[in-house]
Design a protein around this ligand. Structure first.
Ligand SMILES: Cc1ncc(COP(=O)(O)O)c(C=O)c1O
Length: 375
């Protein structure tokens, strides 16, 4: 038995295994299992900007180490100012976090909803955060027949018992976008029943016409809206840990600051974040590159008769008919992909790959052809 760090309840080894098995990006376990060096694994399982960390962000992070003999700014002042300018959202509406995942757990911890609605399949930490405070988790099942897109009948699952609804846009792992009209109907419906609506826009920065989908402009209108953002993916700094959330409910933002340990954002993360928000050209180049490469991978997968789901993000969900363990086969050849067998409403024939560099993407397709015996 182990102790859940948030709820302080005992958890079983089975639950602990589930925590460690829940995500992609685990090159450490993959290296252990396959007996290879973790740095030689080509990681298609985590959805990180393939252009890598930009030089200015790296420099800012390295320079900040000299200041790390002092505590970080407890209020992340300079970073919050930069986010405020970048998003055009007042500073009092921003909470800087140790990755978007920390914000998710703080939101659950502060609001303590009795019930929460999550879509399935989706990022598992919404559910984990709700479970950690013993909130009842309800599911809105995304259906394969609609390419896993949210339909308007989601409103039938929200009622006066619902305390919080999590929507991921674009959704992880499907890559599907929900349009702003549907999102506003959900947020407004939540407002009517007294529920918070959390819209996770962590991957929206990879979407070509993201302004059409962003809910930032709805913050003024709906004080029950909470938007999640990550630096980790688009700026390729998952190891530094940095994210934030925004809401026009400033009491909530204040509550989030008090709902966990102080100094949650390190000096290094604060400096990297300030530098990252200056990187407009790098983001523009990233979006062009990722969209071109996603098109290449999708076309090649479809050519091999593999079903894809029109992802708009920097990753692709696909389904194979063959009963083989593709993750295992890929790992034997030094490539780590994300098996989606532990997502609700997916199964062992679903996989997710990140869009990586042109060379790596070509290698992935070549390897897939070798494994499946295709030309
Ligand atoms: C949809 C989604 N939201 C949030 C996160 C958490 O991101 P971070 O690394 O910033 O904590 C992830 C990580 O994979 C994610 O997929």
């Amino acid at each position: 038995m182990l102790l859940n760090p948030i709820s302080h309840c005992l958890i079983t080894h089975k639950e602990h295994k589930m925590i460690t098995d829940t995500h992609g990006a685990d090159i450490y376990t993959a290296a252990e299992k396959s007996g290879t060096d973790k740095d030689s694994i080509i990681d298609f399982s985590s959805n990180i900007n393939p252009l890598g960390m930009s030089e200015s962000v790296k420099k800012a992070a390295v320079n900040s180490i000299a200041r790390s003999n002092k505590y970080p700014d407890i209020n992340s002042r300079e970073l919050t100012k930069s986010i405020s300018r970048f998003e055009n959202v007042p500073e009092g509406r921003i909470f800087a976090a140790n990755g978007a995942a920390e914000a998710i757990f703080r939101i659950a911890f502060y609001l303590r909803p009795k019930r929460g609605l999550v879509t399935a399949p989706a990022f598992s930490e919404y559910e984990n955060a709700l479970n950690s405070i013993s909130s009842k988790v309800e599911y809105y099942n995304l259906k394969e027949e609609y390419d896993f897109k949210i339909q308007d009948d989601i409103l039938n699952h929200i009622n006066s018992e619902t305390g919080i609804v999590f929507i991921c846009n674009p959704n992880n792992p499907t890559g599907q976008l929900t349009n702003r009209g549907t999102l506003e109907r959900i947020i407004s419906y939540c407002k009517g029943v007294g529920a918070f609506a959390v819209v996770d826009e962590c991957f929206l920065d990879f979407v070509e016409d993201k302004e059409k989908y962003s809910t930032v402009k709805l913050l003024d209108k709906y004080d029950n809206l909470i938007i999640l953002k990550a630096f980790t993916k688009i700026y390729a700094i998952p190891g530094i840990r940095l994210g934030y959330c925004m809401s026009s409910d400033e009491r909530l933002i204040d509550g989030l600051k008090k709902s966990g340990p102080p100094w949650n954002v390190s000096t290094i993360a604060q400096a990297a974040g300030v530098a990252a928000l200056e990187e407009n050209d790098y983001v523009k180049r990233t979006v062009e590159y990722v969209n071109r490469q996603r098109k290449y991978l999708t076309e090649e997968l479809n050519r091999l008769n593999i079903k894809t789901y029109d992802s708009r993000a920097n990753y692709i969900l696909f389904m194979i008919h063959d009963g083989m363990d593709l993750k295992e086969e890929m790992l034997k050849r030094g490539i780590l992909i994300r098996s989606c067998s532990n997502y609700k409403n997916l199964g062992s024939n679903y996989y997710r790959i990140a869009v990586r560099t042109e060379e790596e993407n070509r290698l992935f397709i070549k390897t897939l052809k070798e494994i499946t015996g295709s030309k």
